[in-house]
Ligand binder design. Structure first.
Ligand code: GLY
Length: 316
């Protein structure tokens, strides 16, 4: 690393919600998160850009069927999958995304293409047209567990508020909120963030997720944040943008995270967030029981699976 280069940092998440039901579930989630962190961090070590690391991380998380994004996405009330994803390049402060797109393996790929366009956020019909324009092959992200979950919900008359965050048979009946997200700081000190989701699950057709809004995915030159949890709660707190702007205005990332989570808790929000600052600080926060996140600080991999709010919510 040359003198003006910084130590890359990386944090990813696979959602937030109630405690994992079994030790087996925890092992599955930890293995998935740690192997993705390892792979993406090596890209950053070899000089890869924050934006490339975020795209790669989001694709790997979208590929992982246990998480609610890409393959393994939850079904909406009508039994269809509609996914949303956003990408933000902190250095250019450029946001792009897709809302309620179907039949695509990697919604983040569309968000990436839109980084270079004048029209940078597309919804359902436009996103589908873009898929055709780019000749991206059609892909069905449905997995059996999600279909069974939806059929069971239908039998129970959809009395649950949302689908399970983790598609794992033993965990499926827990109310959780799934989304995936990646925040990266590269060796040139640049930050990028990406977030991708199948939504809350069982939602009304046309419902819009926070994940493709600055409320759920935001970065500038000083910090980047990806959120998970109930989209409506995240929007009403404008959580990702609020944390980032607090840092831009001079607050430390850990203080900005804590203040924003305290506010969210006082309004009984159900949210989680992961973050990085340009000074190398890694931080995370939640109001839900558990946050499924893992990070690489340059020396080691850690995760938040057994973290409770009494511990430090971040460090440099
Ligand atoms: N945070 C994901 C959603 O509510 O859509």
């Amino acid at each position: 690393m040359s003198a003006n280069q910084v130590q890359p940092k990386l944090i990813i998440h696979g959602g937030a919600g109630g405690h994992l039901k079994s030790a087996k579930g925890e092992i599955i989630v930890r293995q998935a998160l740690h192997s993705i962190i390892e792979e993406v961090y090596s890209l950053l070590t070899y000089g890869g850009s924050a934006i490339d690391a975020v795209i790669m991380g989001c694709q790997l998380l979208e590929n992982q069927p246990i998480f609610n994004a890409g393959t393994g996405s939850v079904l909406q009330s009508d039994g269809q999958i509609r996914m949303s994803a956003a990408l933000m390049d902190g250095a250019r402060q450029r946001f792009s995304g897709v809302i309620n797109v179907s039949r695509v393996r990697h919604p983040i790929e569309l968000a990436n293409f839109l980084q270079g366009e004048d029209d940078r956020v597309l919804s359902d019909y436009g996103a589908f047209e873009l898929l055709r324009e780019l000749n991206i092959p059609m892909y069905d992200p449905l997995i059996d567990i999600r279909l069974k979950e939806w059929i069971q919900e239908r039998e129970e008359n959809f009395d649950k508020e949302m689908a399970g965050v983790v598609a794992e048979q033993e965990l499926i009946h827990e109310p959780r909120k799934g989304t995936i997200g990646v925040v990266a700081l590269d060796c040139n000190g640049k930050i990028a963030v990406g977030t991708s989701t199948g939504g809350k699950g069982l939602e009304r057709i046309g419902r819009v997720s926070d994940s493709a809004m600055p409320a759920g995915n935001y970065a500038d030159a000083s910090a980047g944040v990806s959120c998970t949890g109930i989209g409506e709660d995240i929007m009403e707190e404008c959580l990702a943008a609020k944390i980032v702007i607090r840092v831009t205005d001079g607050m430390s990332l850990v203080d900005a995270m804590e203040k924003s989570m305290t506010e969210s808790r006082s309004r009984k929000r159900d949210v989680g967030a992961i973050a990085l600052a340009a000074d190398g600080t890694i931080s995370w926060g939640k109001t839900s029981e558990v946050l499924l996140a893992a990070y690489h600080d340059g020396e080691k991999i850690g995760d938040t699976l057994n973290w409770n709010n009494q511990e430090l919510a971040g460090y440099q």
